[in-house]
Design a protein around this ligand. Structure first.
Ligand SMILES: [Zn+2]
Length: 311
């Protein structure tokens, strides 16, 4: 495996395979991308960390799908962090935001969230609710949606639960988000291992392949949260360190970048779709300001901007 060919150390999906055990996997590394998204908002550390995990999870999962459009991960729940949205386009543009309740968040016991090595606990931070995965491939296609109850201590565990329940796919996921870059910049890493269903289904799995799966899961869990986000440890070197004895093969990487899809035109279109009374109310104000929840960009509209279109 050509380790020195790591042209791009960050903001990528690195697919790999472990052929002897029929395993597929992806390593996700986010540097400037995750720092940009999390820094666009003034989130408290635990909120930034859990949003970072959700974004990394969305990228890890999107890399497993064949789709042309937008993959969205969303949680909705009764905890201090009541909503998380993260989406990834086929081109690799990611964005995300969280909604939370400051007072309730302050009441959560501090358990080291935000530091390398500690993931915020889903029950404490997010509470009870669900996690939904949506694939939107444009207007004339059917939306795929999968929903599952939030069960697990971490978002990675919740996603594994989802796969067991709804997709009957055996998958292992590991996520890490921390301030580990220069000047305390946010970094994130994610690993997913997935079993490729054998011909004839899982019933005919040979013992050694079964052992291989267990072995690969143990090796995956041996990756420390620090290694997953280490700026000095290139993705291929990390994979080699974990799986070299089993013959890991890497494939071409896919780039990821922080990019919002909001625009003045899109927001005007949304505002115009509101009931006429609401639009009339807005036009009473000299300026209507709309802020994109994803990227925090503010757009200003005058009553003229919102005037009815000639029909
Ligand atoms: Zn935006």
């Amino acid at each position: 495996m050509p380790i020195e060919n790591d042209r791009r150390p960050d903001d990528l999906i690195q697919p790999f395979r472990i052929d002897p055990f029929a395993l597929r996997g992806r390593l996700v590394r986010l540097g400037p991308t995750i720092d940009r998204i999390l820094s666009q908002h003034d989130y408290p550390e635990p909120v930034a960390t859990v949003l970072g995990e959700a974004i990394t999870l969305a990228v890890v999962l999107a890399g497993a799908l064949k789709y042309d459009g937008v993959f969205t991960l969303q949680t909705k729940s009764d905890g201090p962090v009541r909503l998380i949205v993260a989406d990834v386009s086929t081109e690799g543009a990611v964005r995300g935001y969280a909604q939370y309740d400051r007072e309730r968040l302050d009441a959560v016991p501090k358990n080291g969230a935000g530091k390398s090595g500690a993931s915020p606990s889903v029950p404490e931070l997010i509470g009870k609710g669900y996690i939904a995965f949506t694939v939107d491939q444009g207007e004339d296609t059917e939306r795929y949606q999968g929903i599952v109850e939030l069960i697990g201590a971490t978002l990675a565990e919740c996603a594994q639960h989802y796969f067991r329940q709804s997709e009957q796919i055996q998958a292992g996921i590991k996520l890490s988000v921390a301030r580990a870059g220069e000047n305390g910049a946010w970094r994130a890493g994610g690993l997913m291992l997935q079993r490729v269903p054998p011909e004839g289904g899982y019933k005919v799995i040979a013992d050694d392949v079964e052992d291989g799966w267990r072995r690969a899961m143990v090796l995956m869990s041996s990756a420390t949260p620090g290694e997953l986000v280490d700026p000095e440890l290139p993705p291929r070197r990390l994979l080699f360190r974990l799986f070299h004895e089993d013959g890991v093969r890497v494939f071409e990487t896919h780039p990821i970048e922080a990019r919002c899809r909001c625009s003045r035109e899109r927001i005007v279109r949304i505002l115009r779709s509101f009931p006429k009374d609401d639009i009339d109310d807005m036009r009473q104000d000299p300026v209507t300001t709309v802020t994109c929840e994803f990227c925090n960009t503010s757009y200003e509209f005058t009553p003229d901007d919102l005037a009815p279109l000639d029909s």
